[in-house]
Ligand binder design. Sequence first.
Ligand code: TRP
Ligand code: ZN
Length: 466
Amino acid sequence: MRTPHRLVVLPLLLALAALPACSGGVHGTPGAAGLRDPYFPKLGNGGYDVTHYALALAYDPDTRRLTGRADITAKALQDLSAFNLDLKGLTVDRVTVDGKRAVGSRAGHELTVRPHDELPKGGTFRTTVRYSGEPVTITDPDGSEEGWLRTADGALGLGEPTGSMAWFPGNNHPSDKATYDITVTVPKGVQAVSNGELKSERKSADGRRTTYAWHVPQPMASYLATVAVGRFETHRSTTGSGLPVYTAVDPYEAEASEKVLARLPEVITWETKRFGTYPFSSTGAIVDRDGDAGYALETQNRPVFPGAPDLGTLVHELAHQWYGDSVTPKSWRDMWLNEGFATYAEWLWDEDHDGDTAQQTFDALYERPAGADIWSFPPAKPSSAAHVSDTPVYQRGAMVLHKIRETVGDTAFFALLKSWPAAHKYGNADTDDFTAYVEKKNPGKAEALADVWDVWLYGDGKPDHA
Ligand code: TRP
Ligand code: ZN
């Protein structure tokens, strides 16, 4: 009875070979579809760690169509049978993993990828997603808009806290940082500006398109990635210490921006003196038109401003390069570590430039009545996702830092401003990491510091004494 036997076994073997479930002896499971962020639980994905994104985008402001190819290099953190990427809107045209066609399925902002072969824990794999369509604008729980914003002459991609998934697929959570190559092709008449350094600018043979290749060599969180398409006046210079500066300014904002941007090297030099070595390989700014976005954002290397910034906002966004961009929050609960420091940078700038002292700024804020917004929740515990960018995170966050200064003294405090971002350079940290660090650096002050945490960082309502 040989024939029937063969007839049964051969199709079975073929079926097993085609089945991706346990090839190579690996019995993987799917990566989690979210990282359980306390404020944005569905953001990010488990089971892998991205090391590099190579994005090749083409955008035409006339058709509003984006065509993209994302090559995502990642390391498997478990044996993976499937994993998710975050992508909102757009159409996925094709997905491959390590060159082999993979199955992609979509639900909400989750793109589930089932690779042909299982991915063993510890291995590196490369996912390629080809996608296209008109990218969406995302409205945050607080009503602000981000993701893909159309502007008068192009578009602006912005990502805090969730918007990067409107223009590229990825592990959209601040805890998974990676290096980037962002290449953007745009029609003649507009330019494309992004993070990092401009490696090349090439015209197509027919002269109708230009491709801009930007390289980000230091790790970056997805919310800090940006692309600006439009007409810009670009300017290159260097700071006193030789750091490259690249600014791109919408011509409508050029005159209003000229004086403040001329001070950018001076701001970087002052911040370097206060916060330590500048963490990245270039700096600059992108100034689009007033109203193109509802807020400024500390996009890595090159913050975005809707309209000419004032000096305080420039100081704030550039300070984020140390606090937020280099040392990045582990979750959106730790926002005050970004905004408290960037706000305190503004106070210190004033103090160092014949303005109010930080003490005066603190005292004026403490005058606010018990019912004022600033006391509505403690900085380390925003009341909900709709409030992660409210006054307590910014102003009361800066007040926490001022209380630390008062407790440990100026010498230890200014040392801390430098050593904290240095200790977590290119990494992530949360509030517990920070409080433990401050305590470790100031062993004699544990009790007084515990009081600062209880009252100013975690305490509800207005503290009963300043
Ligand atoms: N981080 C920006 C700043 O203060 C402000 C901002 C824009 C923001 N969008 C946000 C903060 C979303 C929190 C969430 O420089
Ligand atoms: Zn800020």
